[in-house]
Design a protein around this ligand. Structure first.
Ligand SMILES: [Zn+2]
Length: 198
C-alpha cells in the first residue's frame, strides 16, 4: 500500500515534468530522470511506448496528456472541498463520498469511458451534477487511491499551488520541504512587518 502510494506520487510528479528541458540535459541527467519515472511508464496504461520523451522523441502527445490530467485533478480536488460530495466512476458504479474514504472499486478496463460524475444532495435530490472525462489511467489512479482519505492524500500546495500526493497519513499542506520552509520564512516576515507597524 505504502509502495503504491509512492507510485501515485511519482505519477503526479511525472505530470509536472518539463520534457523540453529534460531533453536538453546531458545524457546521464536524462537517464536519471528516466530511471525515476520508469515504473510510472510501465504501470500506467498507455504510457509504455513513451520512453523516448526523455531523450529526443516527440513530446506533443505527452504534454497534452499532462495538461489534461492536471486539469482533471484540479477538478476533483475542487469537488473534494465539499464534504457532502458524491462521486461515481462510470462502469464500476461504486458510489463514494468525499467525507469518507474514497472507494472507486476494483481497477476496471480502460476501454470504457473514463468518466467521473460528481454531485451533492440537496433535500435528498441530487444537485449540481457534473461529469468529467479523464485521460487514460483513471482506473489505475483511483485504485491506488482507494481507501485513503482523498482530501488529505491529494491537494494543491498551499504555497506554489502544485498538485501533490501525500503518501503519509499526516496532514501535509506543502508539496515539498522547500515550500514548507519558504512558507515559514514568509510567515516570519509577515509577523515582523506587523510588529513594526508597517
Ligand atoms: Zn509547493
Amino acid at each position: 500500500m505504502e509502495n503504491d502510494k509512492y507510485l501515485l506520487s511519482d505519477f503526479v510528479d511525472f505530470l509536472h515534468v518539463d520534457f523540453e528541458s529534460v531533453q536538453k540535459l546531458p545524457e546521464n541527467g536524462r537517464r536519471d530522470i528516466f530511471e525515476k519515472y520508469k515504473r510510472v511508464l510501465i504501470e500506467f496504461p498507455g504510457l509504455m511506448g513513451y520512453t523516448d520523451i526523455f531523450f529526443n522523441g516527440d513530446i506533443s502527445a505527452i504534454v497534452d496528456f499532462q495538461k489534461k490530467w492536471l486539469e482533471c485533478l484540479s477538478w476533483i480536488i475542487d469537488k473534494l472541498k465539499n464534504p457532502e460530495m458524491f462521486f461515481q466512476l462510470e462502469v464500476t458504479h461504486v458510489l463514494c463520498r468525499s467525507s469518507d474514504k474514497l472507494l472507486f472499486g476494483p481497477a476496471g478496463d480502460d476501454k470504457f469511458r473514463n468518466v467521473i460524475s460528481a454531485w451533492y444532495d440537496s433535500d435528498n435530490e441530487p444537485a449540481g451534477r457534473e461529469e468529467k472525462e479523464f485521460p487514460k489511467g483513471v482506473f489505475k489512479f483511483f485504485s491506488l487511491l482507494n481507501g485513503n482519505n482523498a482530501q488529505n492524500a491529494i491537494r494543491h500546495c498551499a504555497l506554489c499551488n502544485r498538485i501533490f500526493i501525500n503518501p503519509t497519513l499526516k496532514t501535509k499542506l506543502y508539496c515539498s520541504p522547500k515550500c514548507q520552509k519558504n512558507a515559514g520564512v514568509q510567515r516570519v516576515r509577515a509577523k515582523q512587518k506587523t510588529n513594526k507597524g508597517e
